[in-house]
Every structure is written in structure tokens, then in C-alpha cells.
Design a protein around this ligand. Structure first.
Ligand code: PLP
Length: 372
């Protein structure tokens, strides 16, 4: 599986998920819950509470919307692809007065544009996507957040496909809300959504009615390890193990591995003579997007011949790009496998690709590169 989520799950994590189901208010679960929540704070690099919801990433994001938006209030949503546009639609659906800083899909948001928008019109919060999975672009969240904070706005970050793959310094960068999901770099099956919440965000909660996703309800309950609703206990047990693996490898080592995987994928794609859609720089450490008219045929071919699942384009990029995900439990051998399969199938389809060079280029880019 080479999609940008769900991603492959390590056997240790699967074993934890497959263990007998325990009761969520029993001593069998509480230590696991406590450790998992503590590890989440470490991975988010925050001292604040990280709330855990049985929901996908979109659910955790909706928690931010229902807790922060009061109808009629001004908000600034930055989008440059499918997920940013989803957040513009969601905040609008809840009645926010949305200023939508909308970039073309594949562009990289610029902090100066955020500054300019906020000087023209204030916003209670600025909503940004760290890794726009639909295009492969990873934004400079630190710079975007600084622009938002200068204007006194809260910063809400969609880190669904980036948390645990690229640096996301929640406290150091002043991020008020960081949302993610279990099924990407956190190497766990889909089903858990997380949201790290700053004290400032808690204090500026809005008036929208809410219940399941009410932050205060979950925060109070979590603090006494008494989940407000039945959590997906088996997934929490799996996530706990997965976070342990990440922390054991060391977050900085994990980030470096992802940079090198991105380099390897791009080197292989370029060596074959295919065109990159995602930027050719080290930020593109999550997804490598390739612009190729035969994208749909290549995706179907590698699936039929090798059982390899790639992702296609979403929305306006459907049929125009293919995406190779390399987040989470991946090493360079995986990337080399995906490249070899793409090369074989593309050549069979008559696409003009250079044969026999992609794997070597990828291995060299991975092995002979150090990350500053
Ligand atoms: N945001 C980003 C950047 C994503 O990649 C995804 C999932 O692909 C989502 C949000 C939505 O998450 P979910 O599908 O878990 O609701």
C-alpha cells in the first residue's frame, strides 16, 4: 500500500489491536490510555492536552470548528488543494464569515499573503493545512502561524498527513489547535482522530451547540482517565504501541527518514523521465505526486500486476496525477519497489520512460544524502 493514508501498519501494532478487548473503565485499559495520551503530547511536542476522539481526522477537525466558530464571526481559511477547500466548506457550513485565501491546487501558501489578508480584515482564527495530501505540498506552518499570531488570531492546523512525518512544533510555533488522524504517519488503522488544544483556544471557545465533540467534556474526562464515551479501545492499544515505535526511533530520526524517502522518490521519478507535480524540495516528504496523462492506467496496472496500491488525483487533479505515499512505516526498499512497478507498467503502456535507472537513482538519493 503506497497511498497517503491509510498506510501500512507494523506487526507489533497489529498484535496489540488483535489482543483481547478490555473494558475502557477497567485497570486493564487506564494505563494504556494514560501512556497513549502522554505519548501523543510528546509527538505533538506540546504540554497541552491532546484530545483523542473515536472519529476520522475530519471528525477531529470538526471538533475544532464546533468549538471555535460562532456564526457570523470572521475567520481566514487558507487552501491550496482538496483538504483546505474542505475546511473552507466546513467553517462556512457552521456559519463562520469566511475569508477564503484560495490558491490553485499545487501552489504553496505564502505567509505574506496571510499577513496582507489579516491587515485588511481581522479573523478570530486562521485555518491552515500543513501537508496538503491532494497535491504533495507541505506548507511552512511556522511562518504562516507567525503571521496569524502577529494579528492576534488563533492558529488551527490540519496535520492529518504530516504529524509524525515532518516537524510540527505545536508549542514552539504557537499552534493553538493541531489535528491529526491515526491512519497516516501514526501507523495505526483509521478510526482515531486527535486534536491538541492550547489554553488560548480553550478560552476562546464559541457558542455553537455541540456534544460529542465538545472539547471541555473530553478534556475533563481524559484528565481523570475516564473517557466520556466508549473509545475504540483496540485502536488506542495499537496507537500506543505505534507512538512508542516512533519515539523509540526518535522523532528527529523519523523526520530525517521521511526527507530521505521523499528525495528517493523524486530522484526515481525524474530519472525515469516523468514529471513531478509536487515540489522538488525537501519539504515534499509525505507524498510524491507525478503528473502523467496515463495516471489512471498506471494505477490500475500496478494494482493488477503487483497488488500495489497507489493513489490517483482528487477533485480537479483526478486522472492527471498519481501519488506515491511514503509516510509512516516505510523504508527505501518500499519506495524502490513502487518505482520499479511504475516503470514496468508505464513502459508496457507505451509511456516514454527511461528503463532501469529509477531504482538506482532512488537508492543513491536515499543512501548518499545527509539532512541538515
Ligand atoms: N486532511 C488531510 C491533509 C488529509 O490527508 C486527510 C485524509 O486523507 C484528511 C484531512 C481527512 O482525514 P479523514 O479521512 O481521516 O477524515
Amino acid at each position: 500500500m503506497f497511498t497517503p493514508g491509510p498506510t501500512p501498519v507494523p506487526p507489533e501494532v497489529l498484535a496489540a489491536i488483535g489482543a483481547p478487548v478490555v473494558h475502557h473503565r477497567s485497570p486493564d485499559f487506564r494505563p494504556v490510555y494514560e501512556r497513549c495520551l502522554a505519548r501523543l503530547r510528546e509527538v505533538c511536542r506540546t504540554e497541552s492536552d491532546v484530545l483523542l476522539f473515536t472519529a476520522s481526522g475530519t471528525g477531529a477537525f470538526e471538533s475544532a470548528v464546533v468549538n471555535l466558530v460562532t456564526p457570523g464571526e470572521p475567520h481566514l481559511v487558507v487552501s491550496a488543494g482538496s483538504f483546505g477547500e474542505r475546511w473552507a466548506a466546513m467553517t462556512t457550513a457552521y456559519g463562520a464569515d469566511v475569508d477564503h485565501l484560495r490558491y490553485a491546487w499545487g501552489e504553496t501558501p505564502d505567509a505574506e499573503d496571510v499577513r496582507a489578508r489579516l491587515s485588511a480584515r481581522e479573523a478570530k482564527a486562521v485555518w491552515i493545512v500543513q501537508s496538503e495530501t491532494s497535491t504533495g505540498v507541505v506548507a511552512d506552518v511556522q511562518a504562516l502561524a507567525a503571521a496569524a499570531r502577529e494579528a492576534g488570531a488563533l492558529v488551527v492546523v490540519d496535520a492529518v498527513s504530516s504529524l509524525g512525518a515532518v516537524p510540527c512544533e505545536t508549542d514552539a510555533w504557537g499552534l493553538d489547535v493541531v489535528v491529526s488522524g491515526s491512519q497516516k504517519a501514526l501507523m495505526t488503522p483509521p478510526g482515531l482522530g486527535i486534536a491538541a488544544i492550547s489554553e488560548a483556544a480553550m478560552e476562546r471557545r464559541g457558542a455553537t451547540p455541540r456534544f460529542y465533540f465538545d472539547w471541555e467534556r473530553t478534556r475533563t474526562a481524559q484528565r481523570s482517565l475516564d473517557a466520556p464515551f466508549t473509545p475504540a479501545v483496540s485502536l488506542v492499544a495499537g496507537l500506543d504501541v505505534a507512538l512508542g515505535l516512533l519515539l523509540e526511533e526518535g522523532l528527529d530520526a523519523v523526520f530525517e527518514r521521511h526527507v530521505r524517502l521523499g528525495r528517493a522518490a523524486r530522484a526515481g521519478v525524474k530519472a525515469m523521465g516523468l514529471e513531478l507535480f509536487s515540489p522538488d524540495d525537501d519539504r515534499s516528504a509525505v507524498v510524491t505526486a507525478v503528473r502523467v496523462p496515463e495516471a489512471a492506467e498506471i494505477i490500475a496496472g500496478v494494482r493488477d500486476r503487483f497488488g500495489i496500491t497507489l493513489a490517483g488525483g482528487q477533485g480537479e487533479l483526478k486522472g492527471k496525477i498519481l501519488r506515491i505515499g511514503h509516510i509512516g512505516w516505510f523504508d527505501v526498499f518500499d519506495v524502490a519497489t513502487a518505482l520499479a512497478a511504475i516503470e514496468l507498467v508505464a513502459a508496457e503502456l507505451g509511456v516514454d520512460v527511461e528503463r532501469g535507472v529509477a531504482v538506482t537513482a532512488a537508492l543513491e538519493a536515499y543512501e548518499h544524502s545527509t539532512v541538515a
